[in-house]
Each structure stands twice: as structure tokens, then as C-alpha cells.
Write a protein that binds this ligand. Sequence first.
Ligand code: NAP
Length: 175
Amino acid sequence: MAKLLYSATASLDGYIAGPGGDMSWLTEHLAGDNPTADRLLADVGAILAGNRTFGGDDPNRGTESEGAFGGQYHGPVFVLTHRPPDEPSADVTFVGDLDSAVAQAKEAAGEKYVNILGADVAKQCLRAGLLDEILIFFAPVLLGDGVRMFDDPGGEQVRLAPIPGETAHWYTVVR
Ligand SMILES: NC(=O)c1ccc[n+]([C@@H]2O[C@H](COP(=O)([O-])OP(=O)(O)OC[C@H]3O[C@@H](n4cnc5c(N)ncnc54)[C@H](OP(=O)(O)O)[C@@H]3O)[C@@H](O)[C@H]2O)c1
């Protein structure tokens, strides 16, 4: 059964995007080897993204690195939105509610991960008790403002357990 993983690269002060969805800060931190990200990519069977991520800033737009995982991901993509485009897309499935999106993405992922992209969608999955794991890569920068990796005013404490053998910030959500 596929697991639901929220992964992101965050600033040290906990933002995954700058003000207005700015992602230009990320470019200089993507250079170089990241064996954990490479390993994750091989284990991702589907992407579940929020529509702000899908339509958002991509510093690699127009280059061969555009898209998820620097353009290296080529599997199924599910996008949560209340406003699907009029024309269907061959590459992307637009879904209008969380449970259905998660079910479809898990089915598509098989035994691999459903990788969640977008803080809003991740928060909803966490609240719904659907989120299995969290993997955050921290970039050496303070953004000061923007989209928080988890923004849940009034939210409850959630315990996380380190995954044995992982040196990255990769945790199991304790339920
Ligand atoms: N640093 C990183 O690694 C990283 C990774 C991913 C994304 N990002 C950035 O993070 C930002 C996006 O994150 P975010 O938290 O603002 O938004 P998000 O989770 O990407 O998208 C939220 C949007 O998804 C749709 N949606 C969410 N839940 C839904 C539901 N239950 N049913 C139907 N539609 C639903 C809604 O769009 P509609 O208004 O269309 O209904 C909502 O406005 C972007 O700036 C992106 O570039 C950064």
C-alpha cells in the first residue's frame, strides 16, 4: 500500500516559498548531489500537488529542469483544485476533493510513495490522519516571510519519529 509523504525544501526559518510564492531563492541550493533526494525520486509512484504549487513559480521554467524533482519525475500527477481547467490534460489528473485525490494517487503509486507537494495539502492530510511521513531538506537561508512548511493556527501537537538509518530530516508521523 502506498504511503503519503510530504517532502519540501525549506528555509531555516521554515518557509517553503517566499512572499507571493517566490521560489527564486531555491535555485542556488539545488546545485550539487543530494543522494537522499535521488533515492526518494526512485521511490515516488505518484505526486499529489495543490493547485498553488502546480500553477506556482518554478525557477526552472522553460528549461529542461522544469517540474517536480528538477524535471526528473515523469510519473502520474494529481492536482487538487476547485477550479479544474476546461480542457483535460494527458499528463495531469485534476481532482476536487481530498479523499478522492488521495485514493487515486495511492492507487497509481502502487507500493511506492505518494509525494505531496504544497503545504496546504500536506496540512489537510495531516489533519485527516492520512500523512505517513515528512521529509524536509533545509536550505541555508532565512526567508523571513512567505508560505510556511506547516501553518496550522490552533493545530494540535503531532509527534514525529526519526526513521532509523536516515540522516536527513525524514520522520514517521506517530499516530
Ligand atoms: N520549497 C519547496 O520544496 C516547495 C514544494 C512545493 C511547493 N512549494 C511552493 O509552495 C507554495 C504552494 O503551497 P500552498 O500551501 O500555498 O498551496 P498548495 O497546497 O500547493 O495549493 C493549495 C490549493 O490547492 C487547492 N486545494 C487544496 N486543498 C483542496 C481540496 N481539499 N479540494 C480542492 N482543492 C484543494 C486549492 O486550489 P484552488 O484555488 O484551485 O481550488 C488551494 O488554493 C507555492 O508557492 C509553491 O511554489 C515549495
